[in-house]
Ligand binder design. Structure first.
Ligand code: 5GP
Length: 190
């Protein structure tokens, strides 16, 4: 791969937009990249692993980390906390390793404010109706959580113009190719 300065590739999307699938594809296509594992107080889903998908910690531990200034950014939603760990980001940057983030829209904007070498990519669902259908099919949330996520999706969509790139996930294969092209282009920039 050509020499490049490490970048932060930050992905945001309403949940159910296919963001996780796209991020996995990025990590496969760019094996030198490392995924930023956030800390969260949300319960682990059956398909998730501690220390791989998230660091699952309790609220007390999370609050201690906030106090200690250990987060680049953090958010509380759906009654759970989520945060990007500063030690991780800085450690990778020092080694010249590009990192990949899956955070909410506000978190993405905060990362960009602190790290100007961030590239913000918004994955847009075809429509709110389609998103609704995908979330119901995924069947990982309770009805209450599902409704909260849909309300939140509408808010997140209103932020998309603040991102460097918006990729519509109407067709997954197409979206993956577009994201790959964006990253390749960004890596050739100073
Ligand atoms: P989920 O519970 O579906 O894994 O994630 C819910 C939301 O939290 C998603 O929008 C996800 O991108 C976001 N998220 C995950 N980690 C972080 C983080 O460290 N910071 C922020 N701000 N959002 C995060």
């Amino acid at each position: 791969m050509a020499n490049h300065k490490a970048k932060l590739f930050v992905f945001s999307a309403p949940s159910g937009s296919g963001k996780t699938t796209i991020v996995r594809d990025v990590l496969k296509n760019f094996p030198d990249f490392v995924f930023s594992i956030s800390a969260t107080t949300r319960k682990k889903r059956s398909n998730e692993k501690n220390g791989i998908d998230y660091f699952f910690i309790n609220e007390e531990e999370f609050k201690q980390k906030i106090e200690a200034g250990e987060f680049v950014e953090w958010e509380k939603f759906y009654d759970y906390y989520y945060g990007t760990l500063k030690s991780f980001v800085d450690g990778m940057l020092e080694k010249g390793i590009s990192t990949v983030y899956e955070v909410d829209v506000k978190g993405a904007l905060r990362i960009k404010k602190k790290y100007s070498n961030s590239v913000l990519i918004f994955i847009a669902p075809p429509s709110i109706e389609e998103l609704n259908k995908r979330l119901i099919n995924r069947n990982t949330e309770t009805d209450d959580d599902l409704n909260k996520r849909i309300e939140r999706a509408e808010m997140e969509l209103s932020f998309k113009d603040k991102f460097d790139y918006v990729v519509s996930n109407i067709d997954l294969a197409h979206a993956k190719t577009e994201v790959k092209r964006i990253i390749e282009k960004e890596l050739t920039k100073e």
